[in-house]
Design a protein around this ligand. Structure first.
Ligand code: FMN
Length: 208
């Protein structure tokens, strides 16, 4: 029985959002194939995470060294640790997110700031940083209106690239990515592009 964490970084309603459609297509298919698994849903816009600020930076550093924290650092680190422990405890993680202004929505960036903790998700060694989450399986579900997989915009893509690099830094190698792209750039093909992506998300979910 796997512990699965489904993360959604888009507050738009399903009718308006391709990445939210991907999220639900994946979830329904996964649940049907794995009814015994424990699934936790994390809607990042609902969580309303405060930015990773000085109390969190200093507090998490002090915590890792066993140093005494101020009251506000205790509060800050309790919040960070809640999300960090939840992520570490998951056997499988799914992250659904749109491409916004070439990158991820700010809530997802903040969430990844919470997770990037030396001694927890990676560690420093004499040979350089080493990831600590090698056992975790991850699926990324992403939608982007233009084409970024090839052509002139390729180097501007900092959403899937960013999340993938963070996961690699934490030692995650088992990453499957489902991307829907070009539906805004080519509106006449949008229906088919989106339908193909939703099918793929459902297939990946059954095999995850
Ligand atoms: C705030 C915002 C910024 C966006 N920036 C880009 C962009 O830089 N490049 C692009 O191709 N599409 C961009 N889009 C379009 C989305 O990538 C597209 O709608 C895609 O389907 C993901 O959003 P969705 O999951 O809500 O549908 C943007 C959309 C919004 C709302």
């Amino acid at each position: 029985m796997a512990n699965v964490l489904l993360i959604k970084a888009n507050s738009r309603p399903i009718e308006q959002s391709v990445s939210v459609k991907l999220y639900h297509s994946f979830k329904e298919s996964y649940q049907a194939a794995n009814p015994e698994d424990t699934i936790t849903e994390l809607d990042l816009f609902n969580e309303n995470l405060p930015y990773y600020d000085n109390d969190k930076i200093n507090g998490m550093f002090k915590l890792s060294r066993g140093l005494e924290l101020t009251d506000s650092e205790v509060e800050a680190t309790n919040l960070v640790t809640k999300y960090l422990d939840q992520f570490i405890a998951a056997d499988k993680v799914v992250i659904a997110f749109p491409l916004w202004n070439f990158t991820v929505p700010a809530v997802l960036h903040t969430y990844l700031d919470y997770l990037a903790q030396a001694g927890k998700t990676f560690k420093y060694t004499a040979e350089g940083p080493v990831g600590l989450l090698g056992d975790k399986k991850v699926v990324l579900l992403n939608a982007r209106g233009g084409i970024y997989s090839e052509g002139p915009a390729q180097s501007a893509e900092m959403a899937v690239n960013f999340v993938t690099n963070m996961l690699h830094f934490w030692g995650v190698t088992n990453i499957t990515t489902v991307i829907v792209e070009g539906h805004n750039q080519y509106p006449d093909q949008a229906e088919e592009i989106i339908a193909t992506g939703l099918d793929k998300a459902a297939t990946v979910a059954r095999e995850f």
